[in-house]
Design a protein around this ligand. Structure first.
Ligand SMILES: [Zn+2]
Ligand SMILES: [Zn+2]
Length: 173
């Protein structure tokens, strides 16, 4: 039997981020994130309720409703959306469980483009690069602008495919 083609590093670390996301118990969104320095894995995290607190699968999602401005046919529309606020986001957990000294100059691989709050925290975390797969249009423009201002590279893995066998939710918009 021949050895399957070797995965490049981007694919390798994004696969691990998706593997971490499968630990999430939120029925609306499963996000995984990993911290990488050079080619060394320094931490993994996913979105979840704080330790010892009932999670979304036990207590249900904690939903809030918000109005969001979306572009439709080149017009702006106010759309009511629901969001689960029970979980600590994957990127936030990653920051809580890694050391600042490990983050200096490191890369974060995250399954979904960071929301505004996570991006703001990552901007001050020592991380120098963010690599994501699924887009998060709501905050995308302001997140990309913020990263430009902070000199942090952010890029999307356009051609990445989630490995078959990893069961992860399609995020709800
Ligand atoms: Zn939830
Ligand atoms: Zn977030």
């Amino acid at each position: 039997m021949s050895v399957p083609p070797r995965k490049d590093w981007d694919t390798y670390f994004m696969d691990i981020a998706y593997m971490a996301s499968t630990r999430s118990r939120c029925g609306r969104r499963q996000v995984g994130a990993v911290l990488v320095l050079g080619k060394k894995l320094l931490g993994t995290a996913y979105n979840g309720a704080p330790t010892g607190v009932e999670d979304c699968s036990e207590a249900g999602c904690m939903l809030v409703e918000e109005y969001e401005i979306v572009q439709r046919d080149s017009k702006e529309e106010m759309v009511k959306k629901q969001r689960c606020i029970r979980t600590i986001h994957a990127e936030q957990n990653l920051l809580l469980f890694t050391d600042r000294s490990d983050r200096e100059g490191a890369t974060v691989y995250v399954t979904d483009q960071p929301c505004w709050t996570c991006a703001n925290m990552l901007a001050n975390s020592g991380v120098r690069e963010i690599v994501y797969h699924r887009g998060y249009p709501k905050d995308s423009d302001k997140v990309i602008k913020l990263m430009e201002q902070c000199g942090i590279a952010i890029r999307r893995l356009e051609d990445y495919a989630i490995p078959t066998g990893i069961q992860t939710l399609e995020p709800q918009r």
